[in-house]
Design a protein around this ligand. Structure first.
Ligand code: URA
Length: 482
């Protein structure tokens, strides 16, 4: 059957399906199957796929259509199989995308140290947001393409791996993900839901925590719109049999102090070694604590967070990251230099961009916030992100924040260091970057944490409600202990 042409016996043609969605009609499960199969087999012209993505972006999908799309994308490749004894230990985390978000790099090994199995299928940068796979590929030799058999071997030996979509694993997401990036369809609720959950369902995990970002540098700016996305994710995840929790976290300023692929690996290494910025550590421990609680490995989110923190502080998570790097192709000496070396030795492995330029604060003041979006856009222009499908990126382009929210800065003191390979930043780029530093005459202050709200299948909670022993003591785990 040619799914792109008219099919008298085989249901509507693909142009007819695109028309239906364009005109706001509902697609039946069989029609969604036809579309996803055609995408997977390469039977659609890119223009047709782009048109359907835009129709879905503009017209939306109801919850049943979204579930059907997720299921079809999940089965577009192999669904992973694991030993029965791992069932309750299989967990994962995914984010809707942000700037400076290197949580997965630290969290996967920390969870593995706690006895979990983490078969993480991750993504590349989407729009202005960074991607875990791009960050890992800044490490020479790191191979994101692992077969299901290789993943199983790595999980047996190490406990965690981070891989990409492939011909074998969620191939439909591989196609749609890269096309969304160049067709202005990244911020579609059903497409985000299906993209994230098809990967997680194909991993066959029991428990999942989703970091749903909101704010000026997130895919959804307002808390309300991000909550709607979180509800869709939790509902579809639960209908797929995955114990799913969503954490709504702020994404106005970058997470941590470093943005850009190799610079974020450096900061993740700091976090894995028990150091680095407090906001990053808080998110890593909280998301990990939730997962340990969800799968019955901790009596409360707070207890789980303390276990994750201990793996960062005693060096065991860093050791596990080193083992994962080696298992995924990084030469042993390089992995050791990265994980046990000084910052300078780490730079020698990852390389440095040719130019580093610091920009001065234009006036005295207290840092109210540092806007992540203008920084991400300039870095994107400098080569950190893609404007065309499959385009190579420059892993060494990035930015280091030299100031923190709530801190006093003096006029003329450097507040950001940009790493780039081009001869000079343009005047427009400098203007955009300077606009990212928002100062006021107020007193210094301690910034609030990134986590705003937590959504469980049975409703939302604040972090305080969830972290306290009393509010969430043993017996309240979403999955009971094995
Ligand atoms: N991460 C994904 O895997 N897909 C999205 O659509 C957004 C974030």
């Amino acid at each position: 059957m040619d799914p792109t042409g008219p099919g008298p016996d085989s249901g509507p043609s693909l142009p007819e399906l695109i028309r239906k969605k364009r005109d706001g009609e509902r697609l039946r499960d069989s029609e969604i199957r036809l579309f996803v199969r055609a995408v997977t087999r390469g039977a659609l012209q890119e223009g047709q796929t782009g048109a359907m993505l835009m129709a879905i972006r503009l017209r939306g999908m109801d919850p049943d259509e979204t579930l059907a799309l997720t299921r079809e994308m999940m089965v577009s490749g192999r669904v992973l199989e694991w030993p029965d004894s791992w069932q309750r230990l299989l967990v994962d985390k995914h984010s809707t995308g942000g700037v400076g978000d290197k949580v997965s790099l630290a969290l996967a090994p920390a969870l593995a140290v706690c006895g979990c199995k983490v078969p993480m299928i991750s993504g590349r940068g989407l729009g202005h947001t960074g991607g875990t796979l791009d960050k890992l590929e800044s490490v020479p030799g790191f191979n994101i393409s692992q077969s299901p058999e290789q993943m199983r071997h790595i999980l047996e030996q190490v406990g965690c791996c981070i891989v990409g979509q492939s011909e074998e694993l969620v191939p439909a997401d591989k196609v749609l993900y890269s096309l969304r990036d160049v067709t202005a369809t990244v911020d579609s609720l059903p497409l985000i839901t299906a993209s994230i959950l098809s990967k997680k369902a194909a991993e066959k995990v029991s428990a999942l925590v989703l970091d749903v970002k909101f704010g000026s540098a997130a895919l959804y700016a307002s808390l309300e719109s991000a909550r709607t996305l979180a509800q869709s994710l939790v509902s579809v995840g639960s209908r797929l049999g995955i114990c799913t929790v969503a954490v709504l976290s702020r994404m106005d300023g970058p997470l941590g102090r470093r943005v850009g692929n190799s610079l974020e690996v450096l900061e993740a290494l700091q976090c894995l070694g028990g150091q680095g910025p407090a906001d990053l550590r808080q998110l890593v421990t909280m998301l990990g604590g939730s997962l340990l609680w969800q799968c019955g490995q901790a009596g409360s989110v707070g207890q789980g967070a303390a276990r994750i923190a201990a793996t960062l502080d005693d060096g065991s998570a860093l050791g596990r990251f080193q083992a994962m790097l080696q298992a995924q192709g990084v030469e042993a000496g390089l992995a050791r230099a990265l994980c046990a070396g000084t910052e300078e030795q780490r730079y020698q492995v990852l390389g440095r961009a040719r130019a580093q330029e610091e920009l001065p604060a234009a006036q005295d003041g207290t840092v109210q916030r540092v806007e992540a979006l203008p920084i991400a856009r300039v870095l994107h222009e400098l080569g950190a992100g893609r404007t065309q499908k499959g385009q190579p990126i420059n892993h060494r382009v990035g930015a280091e924040l030299l100031v923190a929210e709530g801190q006093r800065v003096a006029k003329g003191s450097p507040w950001i260091r940009i790493h780039y390979d081009r001869p000079e930043l343009s005047a427009e780029q400098r203007r955009a970057l300077q606009g990212a530093l928002v100062l006021a005459g107020s007193e210094p202050f301690t910034p609030s944490g990134k986590v705003a709200e937590i959504l469980l299948p049975q409703g939302s909670r604040t972090l305080e409600e969830l972290s306290g022993e009393q509010a969430c003591g043993s017996g309240q785990a979403l999955l009971s202990p094995a």
